[in-house]
Design a binder for this molecule. Structure first.
Ligand code: ADP
Length: 215
């Protein structure tokens, strides 16, 4: 409730001031921008919450289809390439043609969240590499970045819902702390595994292992 109430309180407060009709033009623009930004964050948060509860409530009747992970990755990489370019990052996809059984929409969300994080927690002139391949009946998705890294003592917490490493370092970057929690649930749903390898100030690699013959 804190995550929802804080931005709404701020939106309400600024709207109340604007409603008096007494703010200068400069402040009107400033407050309207805050309302817009908080509103956008809130919409993103609500999307993530709906997504998470959808996944959690879908434990029965898994309707896995054959999906091509390379095609999904291509799609997500092209969606995020502009954002990478804006941050002067090199976003690369190295993918084998891997088909696996799974939920297409969830696998799209998974790739989106991982690549988005690789971009968000990076530095100018950094790199995000996405690898897709197949090993021993499993499909492997690996997202490796040259970003700020995650301190060892935080590494087992980042998959918890709403958890953000050191709020001050994440504050500059929009986010809800739900992305990796969604990733974790998607991986569990697919009977898969996650391996995290991260070094502070050097970068992060997240590897997802999914059985191909999932039913
Ligand atoms: P969000 O990005 O919305 O804060 P996530 O659940 O996706 O939430 O991530 C949780 C936290 O883990 C982030 O706030 C960030 O501090 C850290 N994190 C996630 N991915 C990375 C990454 N690739 N590099 C560095 N830190 C990361």
């Amino acid at each position: 409730s804190h995550e929802l109430k804080t931005p709404l309180t701020s939106i309400n407060g600024f709207a109340e001031i604007l409603a008096t009709g007494t703010t200068s033009k400069e402040n009107t623009i400033k407050f309207a921008n805050i309302i817009y930004k908080e509103g956008t964050n809130l919409l993103g948060l609500i999307d993530s919450i709906i997504n998470l509860s959808r996944i959690e409530s879908m434990n029965y009747d898994k309707n896995f289809q054959k999906v091509n992970i390379r095609d999904i990755a291509k799609d997500i990489v092209s969606k995020l390439s502009l954002r990478a370019k804006d941050k002067d990052l090199n976003l690369n996809l190295m993918a084998e043609n891997v088909e696996t059984y799974g939920d297409k929409r969830m696998l799209e969300d998974l790739l989106y969240n991982l690549i988005d994080n690789g971009i968000k927690y990076n530095r100018p002139n950094g790199k995000v590499d996405v690898f897709i391949n197949k090993v021993d009946g499993n499909s492997i998705i690996k997202v490796k970045d040259t970003g700020i890294g995650i301190p060892i003592e935080e590494q087992n917490k980042i998959f918890e819902r709403f958890y953000r490493v050191d709020k001050s370092r994440s504050k500059k970057v929009a986010g809800s702390g739900l992305g990796l929690s969604i990733v974790k649930h998607i991986v569990i749903y697919h009977n898969g595994e996650i391996a995290l390898n991260s070094n502070l100030d050097e970068g992060t690699e997240i590897k997802i292992i999914l059985p191909i013959e999932n039913k």
